[in-house]
Each structure stands twice: as C-alpha cells, then as structure tokens.
Design a protein around this ligand. Structure first.
Ligand SMILES: Nc1ncnc2c1ncn2[C@@H]1O[C@H](COP(=O)(O)OP(=O)(O)OP(=O)(O)O)[C@@H](O)[C@H]1O
Ligand SMILES: [Mg+2]
Length: 438
C-alpha cells in the first residue's frame, strides 16, 4: 500500500534537498563506519513531498557554541548523553531551538533511572520481580545532613528486609548500568557484608529470578525489534547467542509489546529490554538501557541487524521530518492500566498498540518497501567486503591484546558471514524481524 505522503501526485519538477544526519559518538568504531559506508554505497535519492532528498552523514564534534547559533542536523544518533553533560546540554538546546530529532531523548535518559522504569512498568502490570529500595550505608557530606538524618532517618533491620524478599536476591544500584555494583546474595550474612561495602550508592534489593528457563535481550530501534537469547555466564564474546526462533509467536509478540511499551512510555527509541523466563512467565529485569551495546565484538551475528535498523529508522525520521516525542505522554497507558477487569495480556496488547501507533510501524514499513528497496542487498554485499572486515578489525584492535586480534577478527567475521548465509536478500525477511499485528 502506498501511503498518502508519497510523492506520486506532484506534477511540478522536484527540487533538491539534503537532510543532515549527525553521529554523536564516543568509543564507537565499528557501527558508525559500517553505517557511513553502506549509506555512501546506497546513496539514496528519495522523492518526498516535491523534493528529491539526499542524505548526508557526518560526525558531531565538540566545540564552544553560541546558544543562538542554529544547528545544521535534522537527526542526531547520540551515544554520549548518559555520561557527557556538554553533549547532553547541546542536544537539549538543539531539540528546543532547532527542532532536531535526537535518538534518544536526553531528558528521558537523564531522569528515567532503573527505579523509575520499574515503578512505572509495575503500575502497568508487568511482572517485574519484587524490589525494595534501601537508604545508603553512608552519605556524601552536606551542611544539612546531620540534622536531616537525626530527625527523619528511621533505623531499620536490613535482615528483616532480606527475609521479606527471600534469598537468593540481587543487590544493585537503583540507577545501575554496565554491571556496576551488582551482587547475588544468598543469605543474611552476605547481605550485611555487601551493604557495608556499598558506601554511598543507593541500592535496590531485588528478588532473584533463579533458576530461569530463558534470558532474552530485546533490542528496539523505533518500531524494529530483535530478540536475542543472552547467556550472562559466557565470556563476553559469547553472551549474545546466535539462537534464532527460540520463542514461539505468542512469546515473540509479548516480548515485542513489552519492549515497545517501555520505549514509547519513556520516549526511548533505541533501547534494550532484558527479561528472564521462569515457570512460563517473562519477568523484565532491566530496561533502562538507552545506550545499548552496539559493537560487533558483542553483537557479532546480530550486528548487521543493528546497523540496518539504525539506517532505516534514522533515514525515515530525517526524510519524513517526523516530529520527535519531546515530552512523555503517560495518560493513555494509565487509562488502560486502571481498567480493573481487563486481564494483563489484553492490557499489554493495548499498550503495544499505542506504541505501534507512536512509532508509525505501518507507515515506516511502507517507506522502507518503497524507498529503501535496495538497502538489504547493498548491506548484504557490504558485510562480505574488505571494508567491513577492516571495521571489525579496528574494533577488535581497540579491545583485545595484539596476539588475539587476528583470532577474534576472524571469529566475528565468520559469525557475520553466517548472518549473510541466513539472510540472503529475497530468501528471508528475518532481518527486520518485526511481528505483524496479531
Ligand atoms: N532479579 C534478577 N534475577 C536474576 N538475575 C538477575 C536479576 N537482576 C540482575 N540479574 C543478573 O545480573 C545481571 C546484571 O543486572 P542488571 O542488568 O540489572 O544490571 P546492569 O548494571 O544494568 O547490567 P548490564 O549493563 O549488563 O545490563 C543481569 O544480566 C542478570 O544476569
Ligand atoms: Mg542489564
């Protein structure tokens, strides 16, 4: 189906226009190279509302700027907001003053910690494991600290909280990420010990979903999702497994709805949702990962999916000038959550439907089918080429000791070649792995 905003009805000669995509990068090496090189080969000219639109990609640099100075980018893919304030504040200014479309929303990243995301999704009915927040063992000094604690801090029995949750449990920072400060705790003695060591960090205690039958990380980029089975006990290069089709259609739908609900609720457009399955129930445990791992050294087999998904979504947002979701809009989710008689499965489908609408799933797919027909073919060829191998090698060089560079470049290369075998264009549509409406 051709959508209304395609350019088929215009009679005047199209004018040329360029959309600028900025890559705001840190230690990223492999994916931006692949992204840029594929785009250069594809070099699309997209007819859109009377214009022939080309795309130009460039890397964002850091420099002083006048707040009134306009920003030339239409879309920015950002990897720095979560730790670099100057970039985060520049992005906010660019969104507020220049209507730049940024992935991800910097205000969401700054304020939606693990804790907030747990609370909100528990309210929507998601089976997040039982979680307690405990005051920290020690505090940063502050002139009002002594009086405040003296007046209001209640002495508490940590052992009783542990008993209430049950062992084993996990202790982890309320705003965690990168496996920092995460411990598995099996008894009260360990709980007290770890708490003593936690210092000024504010910690959660969370029921452990152990043992579990399965562990998934669902990557979401706009309306595109990919389920990856995850093995946290494997060495780093084997944690993302190469399993495909490891869940049935109903579970795939549930995990997609879960991920898209989270992302659209928090205005994340690039996120990863971790869920553990126990006794048939998928428990989301970590879903405020708004700068997810994008490196070939961890994603390997799934890496081309990521590059392709990034290309599709950023091109779509740039060309169509889709307005960015600047502020959260929680009301429609709450209205569904408050329907007392509606079973959770139905609620989740309804949340998922809101998310699909916000992410314009159908319009996006039409756009890709109409304007990015050659992308899969180009990417498939590219991921078998010397420049792709060189991009992988550079990432491996940055992470591995010199004597392992050859071995690991070869390993990741072979896994990507396996992706090529499994995803020959025209043979399967698995690369996009979107699930049609049930
Ligand atoms: N409730 C839980 N039940 C079982 N395992 C858990 C639970 N919480 C955390 N884990 C384990 O600890 C790991 C790290 O926890 P979590 O993902 O919450 O922290 P993180 O700092 O965000 O880590 P990462 O950046 O690797 O995602 C998880 O990948 C999982 O293996
Ligand atoms: Mg995690």
């Amino acid at each position: 189906m051709a959508h209304d905003d395609a350019d088929s009805t215009t009679t005047e000669a199209p004018t040329r226009a360029t959309r600028h995509i900025g890559l705001s990068l840190g230690a990223d090496i492999c994916w931006p190279k692949c992204y840029e090189q594929i785009l250069e080969i594809l070099d699309p000219v997209i007819p859109w509302k009377g214009h022939d639109i080309r795309l130009q990609v460039e890397r964002v640099t850091m420099e002083p700027y006048d707040l009134a100075q306009p920003c030339k980018y239409d879309v920015v893919l950002d990897r720095l907001t979560h730790w670099l304030p100057t970039t985060r504040e520049w992005l906010k200014k660019a969104i507020l003053m220049d209507e730049v479309y940024v992935l991800n929303n910097p205000w969401s990243i700054q304020s939606m910690e693990k804790h907030t995301t747990y609370a909100a999704m528990m309210h929507l009915g998601m089976p997040v494991p039982r979680t307690w927040m405990v005051p920290p063992k020690s505090y940063e000094d502050h002139p009002d600290l002594r009086r405040t604690l003296h007046n209001y801090a209640k002495l508490f029995d940590l052992g009783a909280v542990g008993e209430e949750i049950g062992y084993p449990l996990f202790m982890k920072p309320y705003d965690g990420g990168g496996w920092r400060g995460v411990s598995l705790i099996k008894n009260e003695k360990q709980l007290r010990q770890r708490y003593e060591e936690s210092g000024a960090q504010v910690m959660h205690l969370q029921e452990a979903i152990l043992p579990h039958e399965d562990f998934v990380r669902c990557l979401g980029i706009g309306p595109q999702t990919r389920l990856i089975r995850y093995d946290p006990n494997a060495p780093l290069h084997d944690r993302y497994t190469m399993a495909v089709d490891f869940v049935d259609d109903d579970e795939a739908r549930l995990l997609r709805d879960t991920t898209l609900t989270i992302n659209s609720f928090f205005a994340f457009e690039f996120n990863s949702c971790e869920a553990l399955k126990s006794e048939g129930v998928w428990h989301p445990i970590d879903f405020a990962n708004a700068c997810p791992d994008s490196q070939v050294t961890s994603l390997h087999y799934h890496f081309p999916w990521l590059v392709l998904a990034n290309l599709r979504w950023s091109i779509y947002c740039a060309v169509t000038e889709r307005p960015m979701q600047r502020t959260p809009d929680w009301k429609p989710f709450y209205e569904i959550a408050e329907q007392k008689d509606m079973p959770y499965e139905e609620k989740l489908r309804a949340y998922g439907a809101i998310a699909e609408k916000r992410f314009e799933t159908e319009r996006f797919q039409d756009f890709c089918d109409t304007h990015l027909k050659d992308l899969e073919e180009v990417a498939w060829e590219y991921f078998g080429s010397a420049p792709a191998r060189q991009a992988f090698r550079e990432k491996v060089q940055a992470l591995y000791p010199p004597h392992e560079v050859e071995q690991f470049t070869e390993l990741f290369w072979k896994r990507v070649q396996r992706w090529r075998q499994d995803n020959k264009p025209g043979v399967t549509t698995e690369t996009r792995q979107t699930v049609t409406e049930a």
